[in-house]
Design a protein around this ligand. Structure first.
Ligand code: PHE
Length: 488
């Protein structure tokens, strides 16, 4: 009905100046008219222009008076021709209205407030207030003095009113044409298609988002890091064993059996199978010896090394377990220099908080060659980290059971304006390398860092549980950008 009214009116009229008045005059709800205008405008049947007006709406009090009449008229009507005492009159009226009713009626000179009696001064009164309020309710305009008075009595408040003025649009027709979306067999055969108006294609409509797999940010960063290692001539180590024996995870790395990291508070030990089946026996003997009594110029730890402890299976606590296996294998052949890397998952029995999980990923680089020095380590770290976009590095002496010297790596974060720890590094000790059988003049430099830390910084995530685990927002994983390391 609203649509017919709008299109019909425009057939013989230039314009509809004000949708509000148009609606009021026809008794159509303005919201309905607005919806019709929006749709007609979209299809260019009409050209609509926004109009805004300061209008007035009734307060709750105003709404009450608009239905039951103003308090002053209620008071006037309650006074019988012979007059009434104040007490009696008060009983007839809503107590909350009595004061205001008296004040207004007196002001209008409708009543005489005698000491004994209240009497009518006029025969008849009109409820102007009610009339005005009704007009406002219908969207009709009233005089500015009247507005002022109603506003002062808090019966109306201002409100911005939005509507439209409209003219015929380029596609104007007195009736909306049904546009056809499909050419059918029927309208083709009948020839009807010649007269039919087909709906135009909307070439700028967006397509449905594709259902597809999405790479997790950790995987994106990992593949970039892999690329960096490959560019630097590193080979990837096989990391496909989450379960490792204590031997390769700790003993081979000259980590004493009573070291606190080997406690079940820090490491997840396996219940089944609880121990490893095979270890290279002659090498095990050499490891036992270096722990108990040393060798190659070392005094060892001087304790009773236990095979059962070395046999215990665990979830590897660092990817250095993989490096130790690889270096042992390397030592079984005539020596050739190697550059190895790995990026994979490790596990620690840690309290979970916003920066720690019980499982995370480590990135590890290992270089072995004759005559390597700490300067080589510093050099390769500068090369590696600058490819990640970290050019300012600082090193701090640290301790690892398997490296000497050891260095923590710090990078200056331009955004945070401070030095942040980004990794750990060192030169593997002779107590680790000699029992493996590597030539005496071969040095191994290595470093490790977590994959989560740089990923969180890069993707602006400050709680690790938003990155990894069951609470991760899949929508975010779908939307996040590709990763280009070292490029701002
Ligand atoms: N394994 C060490 C860690 O878990 C990292 C590291 C690797 C340190 C290689 C030195 C050399 O933190």
């Amino acid at each position: 009905m609203a649509e017919e009214a709008v299109l019909g009116y425009l057939e013989n009229h230039e314009e509809i100046r004000d949708s509000g008045e148009f609606a009021a005059e026809r008794g159509i709800d303005h919201n309905e008219i607005v919806n019709v205008i929006k749709s007609l405008h979209g299809f260019r049947y009409v050209d609509a222009q926004d109009i805004k007006r300061e209008t007035w709406v009734l307060t709750d009090e105003g709404k009450t008076y608009a239905t039951v009449g103003s308090p002053e008229v209620q008071l006037f009507l309650a006074i019988p021709p012979e007059g009434i005492s104040k007490d009696e009159l008060q009983k007839k009226l809503d107590p909350s209205l009595f004061k205001i009713a008296c004040a207004q009626a007196a002001k209008n000179k409708w009543v005489e407030m005698g000491k004994q009696l209240i009497t009518r001064k006029v025969q008849h009164v009109d409820d102007k207030v009610k009339e005005l309020l009704l007009k406002i309710q219908q969207g009709l305009s009233i005089g500015s003095d009247e507005i002022k008075a109603l506003k002062a009595r808090k019966l109306i408040v201002p409100q911005t009113w939005k509507g439209y003025s409209l003219k015929k649009g380029p596609n104007y027709a007195p009736k909306r044409k049904k546009v056809v979306t499909d050419l059918t067999r029927e309208n083709f055969q009948s020839g009807e298609w010649k007269e039919t108006e087909f709906k135009e294609y909307n070439y700028s409509a967006k397509g449905q988002p594709l259902e597809s797999g999405n790479l997790h940010p950790l995987l994106k960063v990992r593949s970039q890091l892999k690329q960096i290692f490959l560019c630097m001539g590193f080979e990837e180590m096989p990391t496909n064993n989450f379960v490792e024996s204590s031997f390769w995870n700790f003993d081979a790395l000259f980590q004493p059996q009573q070291h606190p990291a080997r406690d079940s508070h820090d490491t997840f030990f396996l219940e089944a199978p609880s121990t490893t089946q095979t270890l290279p026996e002659d090498y095990v003997q050499r490891v036992k010896q270096i722990h108990e009594s040393g060798g190659y110029g070392s005094r060892g730890y001087a304790y009773d090394w236990k095979r059962e402890e070395a046999n215990k299976n665990l979830l590897r606590t660092h990817t250095t377990a993989v490096s130790s296996r690889m270096l042992y294998q390397l030592a079984q052949k005539p020596f050739s220099p190697k550059k190895y890397f790995s990026i994979d998952r490790v596990f620690r029995n840690e309290a979970v908080d916003r920066t720690h999980l019980a499982e995370f990923h480590q990135i590890e680089g290992v270089v072995c060659d004759r005559g390597l020095t700490l300067s080589d380590l510093i050099g390769v770290l500068h090369d590696f980290f600058s490819r990640l976009g970290m050019t300012k590095l600082k090193f701090k002496p640290a301790y690892n059971p398997y490296t000497e010297p050891s260095m923590e790596i710090f990078s200056y974060h331009e955004g945070f304006k401070k030095w942040v720890e980004v990794g750990n590094s060192g030169m593997f000790r002779p107590e680790m390398l000699q029992p493996m059988g590597l030539p005496e003049d071969v040095q191994v430099i290595a470093w490790g860092l977590s994959l989560e830390r740089p990923t969180m910084i890069m993707y602006g995530i400050d709680n690790i549980r938003d990155l990894f685990g069951h609470k991760v927002d899949l929508g975010l994983i779908k939307k996040n950008a590709i990763c280009r390391l070292g490029i701002d």
